[in-house]
Design a protein around this ligand. Structure first.
Ligand SMILES: *Cc1c(COP(=O)(O)O)cnc(C)c1O
Length: 378
């Protein structure tokens, strides 16, 4: 039996592939010394704008700040309702609270795991009988697949909501041949190391086609600066992408398309090998996922996860508890119909090792261990 340890996300394999380029990028910044908003930041913003099709990319310190900056740019705050899925990473709802707004939890679809536009309508109805003003919706592209932006935008337009896409997991994905970054008025992303495009620390960005919003975002990320940093025209944040991280990201962009293709191939292999024993991921028509995670649904999930870990297969639960059930978020509104799908998914989802460098032999080990665990065989 091959007992080589299996990585859940293998950042070392990527590092080995572009070691010289990364080292040179880091050394270059250390040499010139422009650590804050050095030339590499603008260079990376331009290359990501070109890649995504967004007119403007404004980088910042992390994906949570990116969400907060997007809400601040739209002047969303106390008394405003921000609709978010309950089945997501906590940052999506946290950003709304951080600007003083009220997150309102929306259910997701059982197939795509993404925001259900029908539940969004129900959540807007629930808010209509309160003093809250519905202002924004933050669909999340969970596990890499874009949300159903045309359906959500139709609801948002009817109610005058801004759409802020939380694309922390989906950079590189697309919907009907439009890349993530150009699917909503504002799109946020994260360069946390484990994301599809990750740096060597924290990083994030906001994307928009709107010139005015881009100017506001550049001011907001720098203490609300005006014409210079000692001219302060609004309350802002200190949220910039380090120059070193930008230089690293520019090198990672070079291999990004190739990595996304590898993720597609690995997903196909998983799904072909597992479709008869588990609910494998479902893509909407016209969607391409960045496959940040490969997440299946199984009955008896905790037992299967234990069995896999015992066999040396690292797995993760994204996410074990929907946000509306967690203590700091329990008081916030939900639709009167509740969020039953999020509650059910939390007990069934299981994420398998997923990264562009997962070789076929290792993947077969994972598949065999999973099939055995599901079949109850040793
Ligand atoms: C990772 C993540 C974030 C936050 O990104 P950070 O860079 O860690 O702050 C926000 N939303 C989702 C859905 C995420 O997965």
């Amino acid at each position: 039996m091959n007992a080589a340890p299996i990585a859940f996300i293998d950042l070392k394999a990527q590092r080995d592939r572009i070691r010289e380029q990364i080292d040179a990028a880091i050394t270059g910044v250390v040499e010139h010394g422009a650590f804050i908003l050095g030339p590499e930041v603008e260079e990376f913003e331009a290359s990501l704008a070109e890649y995504t099709g967004a007119r403007h990319v404004v980088t910042c310190a992390n994906g949570t700040d990116a969400l907060q900056l997007a809400l601040m740019a739209k002047e969303i705050g106390p008394g405003d309702a921000v609709f978010v899925p309950s089945f997501t990473f906590v940052a999506t709802a946290e950003a709304a609270v951080l600007v003083g707004a009220t997150p309102v939890f929306v259910d997701v679809r059982p197939d795509s795991f993404n925001m259900d536009p029908v539940s969004l309508e129900a959540a807007i109805d629930a808010v209509a009988v309160t003093d809250l003003a519905p202002k924004a919706v933050i669909p999340v592209d969970l596990f890499g697949q874009p949300a159903d932006y045309s359906a959500i935008k139709a609801v948002a337009d009817r109610h005058g909501l801004t759409v802020v896409a939380d694309a922390a997991q989906s950079l590189g994905g697309s919907l009907h041949n439009r890349r993530v970054g150009s699917l909503a008025e504002l799109t946020t992303t994260s360069f946390f190391p484990a994301k599809p495009l990750g740096c060597y620390g924290d990083g994030g960005a906001v994307m928009t086609d709107d010139d005015g919003l881009a100017d506001t975002l550049r001011s907001l990320r720098f203490h609300g600066k005006g014409s210079n940093k000692y001219d302060n025209v609004r309350i802002g944040m200190n949220s910039r992408l380090d120059t070193i991280q930008a230089a690293i990201l520019t090198e990672k962009m070079v291999i990004f398309a190739d990595e996304l293709d590898a993720r597609d191939r690995i997903t196909r292999r998983y799904s072909e090998a597992l479709a008869d024993v588990a609910q494998v991921p479902v893509l909407m028509a016209g969607a391409r996922s960045a496959w940040a995670q490969y997440t299946i649904r199984v009955r008896n999930r905790d037992h299967i996860a234990d069995a896999l870990r015992k066999k040396g297969v690292p797995v993760a639960i994204h996410y074990p508890r929907p946000l509306h059930t967690q203590a700091p978020y329990r008081a916030f509104p939900t639709p009167t119909s509740g969020v039953p799908v999020a509650e059910r998914l939390a007990g069934e989802v299981l994420s398998l090792p997923m990264h562009p460098y997962l070789d076929e032999t290792t993947q077969s080990r994972i598949v065999d261990a999973l099939r055995n665990a599901i079949g109850g065989n040793p």
